[in-house]
Ligand binder design. Sequence first.
Ligand code: GLV
Ligand code: GLV
Length: 273
Amino acid sequence: DALRERLAGGVEGLLCMLTDPVGADLIAAAPDLRAVSTYAVGTDNIDLAAAAERGIPVGHTPDVLTETSADLALALMLAVMRRIPAGDAEVRAGEWLTWEPARLLGHDLHRATVGIVGLGRIGQAVKRRVEGFGARVVHSGRTDGMPVEQLLEEADVVTLHCPLTDATRGLIDEAALRRMGPDAYLVNTARGPVVDTDALRRALEEGWIAGAALDVTDPEPLPADHPLLSAPNLVVAPHLGSASHETRAEMADIAVDNLLAGLAGTPLPHRAN
Ligand code: GLV
Ligand code: GLV
């Protein structure tokens, strides 16, 4: 509502965050708006078509965050597979009394088949990394790779790198999680609503899968008393995919360049619509 009020009063350019819903109604309420620039690569929070109908270009920040986001996916994958946060908590709680042969056992990434859902810029960067670890890679895409059902059955680690669209919302639902198996892990660094949160909670509690690592959640932020946080073998980060000093600075430059180009009526360096 605050954004809507501000946009009504002659505002020509909007620099927004991925947390700002920029729907058709908001765009319609901004009669003077000529350019939108989001400080993110994902544009699911913006009605790109409604903006395009008004001739409003929407800029975003691809490429500069690809490697940084892929690093975070690997960090989460290894954290959940090797139980680092669980171990850290044990040490801090004074529960680590002696080295034990069978304490906090996980699974090896180098022995795993990693299933990449969405082999775009970030998916390909994840593929290079996990191949470096010695893992086997399979993938599933909108127009290439294997069917998602087959990937869920074959992969020991399922890592999501698709955009949030009508086709991917709820893609990882109860049926998908049941296909994965009790030794399989889910990593979501894409968008929270690609995964059905309640189904994931039951999958972890009932052991349909071995664990999950999430950088994005639904809802986001996840309230501290959310039932998902009581589930075992869950690692959660607060949407840190692109959060390195270097990458956030590059994203800021691109977001500003996109906005200035849009206001000047020249082609945006990175236009999403
Ligand atoms: C982060 O999620 C982004 O879309 O940049
Ligand atoms: C572990 O530290 C080992 O020596 O096996």
